[in-house]
Design a protein around this ligand. Structure first.
Ligand code: UN1
Length: 519
């Protein structure tokens, strides 16, 4: 069944398409249409920001515990619809069903965390340096939040933004990826119905990237947007950071990664291989936390590569509703980009992991494939051994089922290599030496560090985010994200009946600094 989807502003579907009409198709069976979509344009984005601006003050006036209850209800409604939402995720972007269900779980976890925050959202009382004066802090909502998200986590990652943003009293304009509009519309409905959200508190904009950027620029210029949250490529993230910077805003940016996994001589190799398989090829390598390069100690390289090759050859690829390690690429445009990354393979590299590279087809089959490869956009898993630090394949994110392997001699070299690409999202080390754990943690530039665990699969209540090309230091999830969606306001209240001047009218006790204990 396909759906008709439009933008929704102030509770009303936007009639008549300002932008193009597109279809969203199932990447595992591209002849199957999941949704017919009427895209909006830059003006749609501006109109949505206006609606949010209008709705926000009344939403901020709803007591925070009541907003927390709305978040609680959303969590329960998402839970009750988990199966159908997960099926839609699997159909629209090709994520294997169990993973899609895990993604839905991540929304519920986020709601479970923030429902109680409605009864906290603490400010502080702070002692003053003067008598009869009291100091306080309050968290204020920032106002209108624009959330622009990728489609590899079409429902979980957006919820990391708007669940806390709504809880904090902000109104939201959400622009989901144009290749996951049905997931976007479904989650929008669950939020609005489940939360009983007043019109305009959450608005949905469907538009392509350039129209969205133009709309965002206009909305910022008209003072309609106070905060931008963006998950996507480092290139677009830097454009958004530059744009928001002109308005003295700091966007919450969650960008690409070239996530390293260091495998040391003390590692449990089977565990490391299992993790490399999951984080390198799970989700067809299309997580921002996917494994980029394995940096393995030279003494165990041959053993590791033999096991990793074997495990990868055995991994099943195919129908996301079958028992597979991974399914198709998210969308044709990711396949095209992946083909370019495959061109980075050089003669000095050795290629392992499958019987071929590139697209899986009847003519270029993959053993154990589940379903019909020609029906969808499927790619062979590719291990590239012998990468060097000057190789493009080592330096840049390669969104897709490809993992580089290189070697190191001592841990300092491993850490240096892990930092060379200049991203800094996730990282992992397999070791049984505590000293190596802490040396790695201290030396790695990543915002997230896994010890004997894969680079992907972060839990929904720890700070999530990166450094360098992976972001501007903003963190999502848990209590840390509250600083993205609130501004601290400090208040001082002097009830002494006179003007007490800070730093000047402060009492002093007189110390005897010459005092010494008698011998
Ligand atoms: C992403 O790919 O944008 O840690 C987010 C993970 C997931 C989130 C990935 N919980 O892999």
């Amino acid at each position: 069944m396909s759906r008709n989807i439009t933008s929704i502003i102030a509770g009303t579907p936007v009639a008549g398409a300002a932008g193009a009409r597109i279809t969203s198709t199932n990447p595992a069976r591209t002849s199957e249409i999941v949704a017919d979509v009427s895209l909006g344009d830059a003006g749609t984005f501006v109109a949505a920001a206006q609606a949010a601006r209008q709705a926000q003050p009344a939403w901020a006036d709803v007591p925070a515990p009541v907003r927390g209850r709305a978040i609680a209800h959303i969590g329960r409604v998402v839970e009750a619809n988990a199966d159908s939402l997960a099926r839609l995720v699997a159909r629209e972007i090709g994520k294997p069903y169990p993973e899609a269900l895990g993604e839905v779980r991540e929304i519920v976890d986020t709601c479970d965390f923030f429902l109680g925050e409605g009864r906290r959202l603490y400010g502080q009382t702070v002692p003053s340096e003067m008598p009869d004066k009291q100091l306080f802090t309050f968290r204020n909502p920032v106002g209108v939040v624009s959330v622009i998200t990728a489609g590899n986590f079409p429902v979980a990652v957006p919820s990391w933004y708007f669940i806390p943003a709504l809880l904090c009293g902000n109104a939201v304009v959400w622009k989901p990826a144009d290749y996951s509009p049905a997931c976007g519309a479904a989650l929008f409905d669950l939020l609005v119905h489940g939360g009983g959200l007043p019109d305009g508190v959450l608005n949905l904009v469907l538009a392509d990237g350039e129209e969205t950027f133009a709309g965002l620029a206009r909305a910022l210029d008209q003072g309609l947007v106070d905060k931008v949250g963006f998950t996507g490529s480092s290139a677009v993230g830097s454009r958004i950071g530059e744009l928001t910077g002109r308005y003295l805003q700091s966007a919450c940016l969650e960008l690409g990664g070239k996530n390293p996994m260091v495998v040391t001589p003390s590692a449990d190799l089977d565990l490391a291989v299992e993790a490399a398989l999951f984080s390198g090829f799970g989700t067809a390598g299309q997580r921002c936390t996917s494994l980029g390069t394995v940096i393995v100690h030279e003494s165990i390289h041959d053993d590791f590569i033999a096991r990793f090759d074997k495990a990868t050859r055995q991994a099943t690829v195919g129908d996301p509703f079958g028992d597979v390690v991974y399914g198709p690429m998210l969308d044709e445009k990711f396949a095209q980009r992946f083909e370019e990354y495959l061109d980075w393979i050089q003669p000095q590299h050795s290629v392992l992991g499958s019987t071929a590279t590139g697209r899986i087809t009847a003519a270029s089959p993959r053993e154990g494939f589940v379903g019909d490869p020609d029906a969808g956009i499927f790619y062979h898993p590719t291990i590239v051994d012998g990468v060097r630090e000057s190789d493009a394949i080592f330096l840049y994110e390669t969104f897709g089922p490809i993992v580089g392997v290189t070697t190191y001699r001592d841990l300092d070299e491993a850490i240096r290599l892990a930092n060379v690409p200049g991203y800094g999202l996730s990282s992992s080390i397999y070791t049984n030496e505590p000293a190596e754990v802490f040396a790695f943690r201290r030396g790695i530039s990543a915002g997230m560090v896994s010890i004997n665990n894969s680079t992907s699969g972060a839990e929904a209540h720890l700070p999530f985010g990166g450094n360098g090309k992976s972001g501007n230091g903003s963190r999502q999830s848990g209590v840390w994200v509250l600083d993205q969606f609130t501004r601290w306001q400090s208040m001082n209240w002097d009830y002494s009946g006179r003007l007490q001047k800070a730093q000047m009218d402060v009492a002093e006790l007189t110390p005897d600094e010459s005092f010494r204990l008698a011998d």
